[in-house]
Structure formats: structure tokens, C-alpha cells
Design a binder for this molecule. Sequence first.
Ligand code: PLP
Length: 391
Amino acid sequence: MSSLFPNYGRWPISIVKGEGNYLWDDQGKRYLDLVSGIAVTSLGNVPPKVKAKLQEQIDTLWHCSNLFNIPQQEALADKLVSISCGDRAFFCNSGAEANEAAIKLARRYAQRVLNEDRYEVITFTQSFHGRTLATLTATGQDKVKDGFSPLPEGFKTVPYNDGKALRGAITDKTIAIMLEMVQGEGGVNPADPAFVEEIKALCAEHNLLIIVDEVQTGIGRTGKWFAYQHYDVEPDIITMAKGLGSGFPIGAIVGKEKLAQAFGPGTHGTTFGGNPLAATAGLATLETIAEDGYIQKVNEMGEYLRTQLEGLKASHPTIVEVRGKGLLVGMEMDGPVGDVVATLREEGILLLMAGPNVIRILPPFTITKEEIDEAVQALARVLDQTYAARG
Ligand SMILES: *Cc1c(COP(=O)(O)O)cnc(C)c1O
């Protein structure tokens, strides 16, 4: 019997080694990694440049706490501000914590800067914002809330991509609208540009904040530094985590200057956030993406992957839709995809699901056309077998 809580539905594989676009299990079997640790290891497994910077930092200093100035954290903040529309950064350790910080920042801005009794955050169906009590309440999926009542007040969920429903949900208590520009866990659903326009109009009308959850979409994953940059919108707060540290745990928010007063000394914090090791991982990741032109590669490989999958769709009517941006790609089928994902895993190709009917593909930015071809050919074969067997 395992000494672990059984809270994860784990795959029956023990991964012991990673290099580039591949992982190896304890039996020596090799897997093509189109999951990237759920959009985390964007530069592949154990990327050499990040490894070198981390090794140097390991020899120098690991942790000193936010009692001190941390030069690496300052440098990472400068970098994040330079690639986004934000002016100030705060560092934490995960996506849920980044969203928690964003929610706290929005509430405190309303209550201590605007001096208004507003606290409500509106979120959307099929969203995913994390597993803390506040962020699971913000999440638009009932399964993550089951058995955890009482849930905190101040959240309301309305249908995604439905401007009318959103307009009807705003009250004099609303302070922020929080959304993923491409919903990751909820099925790889991009926001409609018209919906984003409606959000902008409503935020201007009611003096609301726009919080974009870029925990999965951020740091180049969709072919821009942040997914909101595909749209004509400037969020007030951007949250991020997964792809920021190449596997070293780090989360962050970046926000507009007007919010700075709401997070004065002592208002919010965390022991580990942005420590020298974590900040080094973040900095090395961002520098490598910029220096080696990975944003461009994400666009090229993303387009190639989607084109190949569209080709597959033409000959496989069981494929309903191919969607996504950059290397966050979803393929919706007309039935459950669990078998397909499991069979491909046995064949040495790792893919993910996003809900029961959607195959989610999150390759590292280092993926090659040959590897995409190999995966798509295997997918075609497995789809044929699976659907032939089902009749
Ligand atoms: C994964 C994810 C989170 C939660 O991040 P954790 O690091 O698991 O807390 C929040 N929002 C989105 C969009 C995510 O994909």
C-alpha cells in the first residue's frame, strides 16, 4: 500500500529520466513527451541553458527570504514587465497562489484604494483557476468543489463567451472579471474576440479590473508571451506559473501601477516566493525563450501540428474540431478519448485529456516536425483501431 494520499488518478508509469522531448520510465521505455508536465517543461526536459544557470545558483545561494532585496527577483520582475502590459510583479510558488494573490489584490484595491465595498469576482463555466478554497470557488467546474463547503463568498460563474450573461451578472459589488484567454483544463476553448470586446466595455463602464489567468497559456505557450496579446486588450492583472520555471516551482502576478498601493508592506506575502533559485529558473527560462527564438518556433510548430490534425479530421469523421493557439492544441472527438490516450501511451507517446472528449496536446517548444509526424501517424492508427473495435 502506498503511503501517499490517493488524491491523484495516476498513470501506471514511473518516470525516472528526461532529456529534451523524451522521458524514460523505470523499465527503460522511452516516451515522446507531448504533455510537458502539463505545460511546464516548455524548453524540453532538463534544458541545458536553464540547468547551467541553476547549477551556478545552487553553488551560490538557495534561499534568503523576502526580508532581503533579491537581485534575481528584481531582474525577473523587470523582464516580466518588459514583455507584458503590467508594471509590478509579485512572486509565489504555484498557479493557485498566483490567482489567490490576484483575487486578494483586486479586493484590497477596491476596499483600500477606491474605498468601495466591492469584492465580487466573476468567472466562467469550464474555467480552471486552482485548488485553494478561493480559487476552486472561482473555478467554473463543480467537480473541484464537491465536499469542500462552505465555500468563500464573493464569486459568481457565468457562461463563457456569453457577453449578455456577463452583463446581467455584474452588480454594485463586482470588482473584477477573471478569465483564461484559452481555457486549458476545460477543453481548450479560446475566447471569442467579440466576448473580449464586451468584457473591455463592461470593465470601462463599471470600473472593473480584468484578471487574465495565464497559468497555462503564459510564457510563450500560445505563440505570444501571453495569450491576451492575441487580442486587443490590456488586463489589469496577469497570473502565471506553469511555464515560468521550466519545472522549478514558481508563480507570479504582474499588475498595473495603479494597483501598487493596494499591496503595501505587510499586506501579502509568502516565504519561498521568488527566492534566488526560483527567480534564477524563471530568468533563465525567459532569456532562453527570447534568445533562441522559441516564440517563433511555437507559432511554426503549432501551425504545423494543427494543419496535420486538420488533415486527420478530413479522413476521420469522429474528430469534431481541432482548436487552440500555438502549442496548446485540443482535438475534440465525438466520444470519450480516454482509451485513445491510454493506447498511445502504451505505444510511447504521451498526450493529455481536457475533459472526457478532448485530446490535449502540449508539446515542448523544442518539438520537431518529424516528431509531430510520428505522433500524428500514431494517432491516426490508434483512432482507426479504436473506432474499428467499437464498430
Ligand atoms: C494549472 C492551472 C492552475 C493551477 O495551478 P497550480 O500550480 O496547479 O496551482 C490555475 N489556472 C490555470 C489556467 C491552470 O491551468
